[in-house]
Design a protein around this ligand. Structure first.
Ligand code: FAD
Length: 476
């Protein structure tokens, strides 16, 4: 089967129903509308209230300028990818370039500072992340990148430790068969929904923003020198619009259909095996599992990910193992606009996740006699895969006042906050993308320019990459 052009049609709106993510199990701001009617005008409209939109709102409000800021979301606050992901805040400094690696570390620190400074109860836990590789080939691919990073940027490189001996791998909690691992000392886990909704709620309470949930934006068009942001509840005339719409960006910007492509991912909240000891033991690391694919074909490698919620007394102390991935073990089409529906959960993907965790990781507790774990929640979420594997950040060429920060290819937590900050800087300080790059506020590789679009269009399509089994390899 070959990819067809309809698979790069514009993304639909977020589906009205969605599968039940564990992270959304303690919701706030449900149905919130700061005013009954939409305001007629705004200085800035932010579309989307995930990590990117919430961060943009925060930086706009923190500027101290008297701005009329409106936040619109098609569904509830933070009900997109940020409310459905793996909860893993992990910069990957060896994956792309040293400048992107440094940016991701700074972005992770920025989010950590917000959580710390505001005492946000979101289960934030700094820890070492283990990225494990299950074939010699995948180890051979990654090691030169790590060695290069250590040479080019020794400070960042020092955060990555290479482990390839059996005893070292076993000490990291990896089962037999693992070929090598990278230990990343700049990682953390968290309940992302709680961090993001804390930001949005504070801004609502301080009357810094007008929040309108359940208000899909159908269209954005030029009207005089402004943007008309059109919804079924009316239109807002805005000087600036920020699209923090990640996977769904092409619904409003059709030209982005081949640049940011929706990709459905599956996640489970698994119940850990019982333990006698109190307090119970939890995993001391988080994990990425590369090329661990007991079921998938030889030419495709899964990219699964695991964190464990920390133990805490009180309600909700189940210490779920949040385990996601199963891209190639799912029998559904999970790439393209037909896969942008997060109400769908593939039972094959869930079955794979329930079993494969025990084949890869020594999970605390008594696992004797178990060949799978029970799920309390299983859900899907929609990622936005970028054609050239980098987020798109900046003003849309030729469209003054219309900005995008999106396309994180499944890796938005360390990137979203500072991508939003870069766009806010462009708006409030009237700076070009290049000026923002010179100030160190964004990697040059992220800038949205005509030239980059042209170059990206010469690359294989995201859907084509998926058919080749290359998609997840590119992201790593
Ligand atoms: C299954 C899964 C697992 C992942 N795991 C991780 C992980 O462990 N670590 C990591 O770093 N990243 C992970 N990611 C990626 C990460 O979650 C995303 O990159 C990040 O959350 C994107 O944030 P965002 O705010 O840009 O977009 P989103 O959180 O998707 O928010 C976009 C918002 O825009 C709204 N919207 C869209 N279109 C419209 C419209 N037309 N009108 C009004 N509102 C609109 C949506 O309703 C949504 O609320 C994962 C993603 C998924 C799906």
């Amino acid at each position: 089967m070959t990819p067809s052009s309809t698979q790069e049609a514009p993304c639909p709106l977020p589906s009205p129903d969605s599968s039940k993510s564990f992270w959304l199990s303690e919701p706030i701001l449900l149905g919130h509308r700061t005013t009954e009617e939409l305001p007629a005008e705004a200085d800035v409209v932010v579309v989307g209230t995930g990590i990117t939109g919430a961060s943009a709102l925060r930086y706009l409000a923190e500027s101290g300028m008297k701005l009329r800021i409106v936040a619109l979301d098609a569904r509830e606050v933070c009900s997109g990818a940020t409310g459905r992901n793996g909860g893993h805040l992990q910069p990957l400094p060896y994956a792309r370039s040293p400048s992107i690696g440094a940016f991701e570390i700074e972005g992770s620190n920025e989010l950590a500072s917000y959580i710390h400074d505001n005492s946000v109860p979101c289960e934030y836990r700094a820890l070492d992340a283990v990225r494990s590789f299950w074939t010699q080939e995948s180890v051979a691919q990654i090691l030169p990148r790590v060695h290069q990073l250590k040479k080019e940027d020794p400070k960042v490189g020092a955060k990555i430790e290479v482990v390839t001996d059996d005893a070292g791998l076993a000490a990291l909690g990896l089962q037999k068969g693992c070929a090598g691992a990278l230990v990343n000392k700049a990682a953390a886990t968290l309940w992302p929904y709680k961090a993001v909704t804390h930001m949005v709620q504070s801004l609502v309470e301080s009357k810094s923003i007008n929040l309108q949930t359940n208000t899909p934006v159908d269209r954005i068009s030029r009207n005089g020198g402004k943007w008309s942001v059109q919804t079924r509840r009316g239109s807002i005339m805005a000087t600036n619009v920020i699209l923090a719409t990640n996977a769904y960006t092409s619904h409003l910007l059709h030209d982005f259909s081949p640049l940011i492509v929706p990709a459905r991912g599956h996640v489970t909240a698994l119940i850990p095996p019982q333990q006698e000891q109190s307090p119970p033991e939890t995993l001391s690391h988080s994990y990425g599992l590369i090329a661990h694919s007991p079921n998938a074909g030889k030419d495709v490698d899964e990219d699964d990910y695991l964190i464990q919620r920390p133990y805490a007394p009180g309600p909700n102390r189940k210490m779920h193992l949040i385990f996601g991935g199963a891209h190639y073990d799912s029998k559904l089409t999970n790439i393209g606009p037909d896969a942008a529906d997060d109400s769908v959960v593939d039972p094959d993907a869930v079955a794979y996740l329930r079993k494969s965790i025990l084949k890869a990781i020594k999970v605390p507790g008594d696992t004797q006699g178990f060949d799978e774990l029970e799920t309390e929640y299983s859900w899907s979420g929609i990622q936005g895969y970028s054609r050239d594997n980098r987020p798109w950040v900046g003003e849309v060429p030729g469209e003054k006042g219309l900005f995008v920060a999106a396309g994180y290819s499944g890796h938005g937590l360390p990137n979203g906050p500072l991508c939003a900050k870069a766009v806010v800087k462009m708006i409030l300080e009237n700076k070009t993308g290049q000026e923002v790059v010179k100030e160190g506020a964004s990697p040059e590789e992220y800038l949205l320019t005509e030239e980059r679009i042209k170059n990206a269009m010469r690359m294989p399509s995201v859907v084509g990459d998926d058919y080749q089994g290359e998609l997840l390899n590119n992201v790593d």
